[in-house]
Design a protein around this ligand. Structure first.
Ligand SMILES: [Zn+2]
Length: 265
């Protein structure tokens, strides 16, 4: 996060001459978070716990982008998010949330591009040294054209509790169920997958990638997220409500069939 010189924009390769907020000011303002600390969650490799450090939003900036990217497509994406998700990120969850969520489905590629871009920024914002999740240049250079790595998906849910107006977590840690074996926690090899979750007040969004696995969900009271990408749920589930961001984070279970790779979806 502190400026070594000669850095290149992670998205286009030009000189990184601009500062970018991981969570844009306009979205933080809409969420009512401008003067409050933001939680920048960091999953520790091999551990289930997430250590959380609070930083002022102003501090959660990275110098890994160029002014052209920052002022063009990245800015356009933030404006799009405010337009389409503005009411969903405000402190008060809107009465008309369901039609707003429904309206995201046809524009899911834009949402995916924004989440992927934000995940990359988040991976550079760790104040505790190198973030365990790294995105290769082959991945980051395609984001400006809206091209995502394969096997990504997006879930949306509601958080009953709001610890901080704006926050996020990025990890390579997954729960995996292999055949009839009990669920185990596993850290996926770098480059093979990730989970990135952002919370704006009650809104929870996850973009994740997990090759060679079937994605299922662990539920406590029947809650299940809305899948928005790549193929949206035709019907929004009745219960989208998770206790908090961590319950949502841990709800994903990857099912794999080691003995029978042909079954992998
Ligand atoms: Zn650039």
């Amino acid at each position: 996060m502190n400026g070594d010189s000669g850095r290149c924009c992670v998205f286009c390769g030009f000189s990184a001459d601009s500062k970018e907020h991981v969570f844009s000011k306009r979205l933080c303002k809409r969420a009512g978070a401008v003067k409050y600390p933001v939680i920048a969650g960091l999953s520790v490799e091999g551990q289930e716990n997430v250590t959380r450090k609070e930083h002022q939003i102003e501090a959660v900036q990275v110098r890994h982008v160029c002014a052209t990217c920052n002022n063009t497509w990245m800015n356009d994406l933030e404006a799009w998010v405010e337009l389409r998700l503005g009411f969903l990120i405000e402190p008060q969850w809107p009465n008309l949330a369901l039609p707003m969520i429904e309206a995201l489905k046809p524009e899911r590629n834009k949402l995916a591009q924004w989440l992927m871009k934000t995940a990359v920024m988040f991976s550079h914002a760790s104040l505790q040294g190198e973030h365990p999740v790294k995105f290769s240049q082959a991945v980051t250079r395609k984001i400006k054209d809206g091209i995502l790595p394969e096997n990504c998906w997006i879930d949306l849910a509601f958080s009953k509790s709001v610890l901080s107006a704006v926050g996020g977590t990025l990890t390579r840690h997954f729960y995996v169920k292999n055949g009839s074996q009990p669920i185990q926690s596993q850290v996926i090899k770098s480059g093979d997958g990730f989970k990135f979750i952002v919370q704006f007040n009650h809104l929870l969004l996850r973009i994740a990638q997990a090759p060679s696995a079937n994605v299922t969900y662990q539920s406590q009271q029947g809650e299940i997220p809305v899948r928005l990408y790549p193929t949206p749920n035709p019907r929004t589930p009745d219960n989208l409500a998770y206790d908090d961001i961590m319950k949502f984070e841990r709800s994903v279970i990857l099912e794999t069939w080691k003995d029978c790779p042909g079954n992998i979806t």
